[in-house]
Ligand binder design. Structure first.
Ligand SMILES: Nc1ncnc2c1ncn2[C@@H]1O[C@H](COP(=O)(O)OP(=O)(O)O)[C@@H](O)[C@H]1O
Ligand SMILES: [Mg+2]
Length: 223
């Protein structure tokens, strides 16, 4: 019989639309993401939501796309020490709550979970220094050819990243929404079309966070 890693449901630290996020029981550098059971998720009326219900495999396809893009990206880093704009993904672990995806934990100053851009905008807590970190991450998304079609404010997390067992400098990390997450792929990506798609996503991100998007300089500006 397979030994399962036991996750205490009380150690859940966040939840997205698709996944519940838990602290790793023994490794403080990692989080475990488990797909939420279909029944616990609110029905969404948007395109991806309808596709989820009609074709449950769509959801798995999205996760697969994310891992695929992570692999593609890591295997073609511009330089070995490239500052990676997305959270690292370490494969899978079988848990009592279902298959878990291991990912690096972005850490807040108090040792808890890093705050999302959405939360910081909501509480008016986005400092200029954090906006600079966000713009640097956006610059690296364009620069590195990463495919990210869901630049949602809840998918950018601010905090420190572990380098081995030591916490590094404060950073802004895209933790989700990379890979071509569309239910039906609409673009065959070239560097040019990827930049167009990223620009569009940044414009939407600006609208949703009360900022403006300077497409020429490729920076978000606080109004
Ligand atoms: N690597 C991470 N470090 C810190 N917080 C994270 C990390 N990944 C996810 N989170 C938190 O968990 C939430 C949901 O995770 P996410 O991967 O976006 O799930 P979903 O695919 O369901 O949207 C995020 O909005 C964020 O608050
Ligand atoms: Mg998300």
């Amino acid at each position: 019989m397979t030994q399962l890693l036991q996750i205490d449901p009380e150690t859940q630290v966040a939840a997205g639309v698709q996944r519940s996020v838990f602290r790793h029981p023994t490794d403080q550098t990692k989080l475990i993401k488990v797909l939420r059971p279909e029944t616990s998720r609110a029905a969404r009326s948007n395109f991806n939501g309808v596709m989820d219900r009609l074709f449950p495999s769509t959801r798995l396809r999205q996760i697969r796309k994310e891992y695929q893009e992570y692999l593609r990206f890591m295997l073609s880093l511009p330089t070995p020490d490239y500052h990676v704009p997305i959270s690292h993904m370490f494969g899978f672990v079988q848990t009592n709550l279902g298959l878990g995806g291991l990912t690096e934990r972005i850490v807040a100053p108090d040792g808890g979970l890093g705050e999302t851009l959405a939360a910081m905008v909501d509480t008016n807590a986005l400092a200029q220094s954090d906006l600079a970190l966000l713009n640097d991450t956006i610059h690296r998304l364009f620069d590195s050819g990463l495919r990210a079609s869901d630049l949602n404010a809840k998918n950018f997390v601010f905090g420190q990243r572990y380098v081995a067992d030591t916490l590094g400098a404060r950073d802004c990390v895209l933790v989700d929404g990379f890979g071509d997450i569309h239910a039906i792929p609409v673009r065959s990506m070239t560097p040019w079309s990827n930049h167009v798609a990223l620009s569009r996503s940044c414009l939407k991100l600006a609208r949703n966070t009360g900022m403006t998007w300077d497409n020429k300089r490729r920076v978000l500006i606080k109004a």
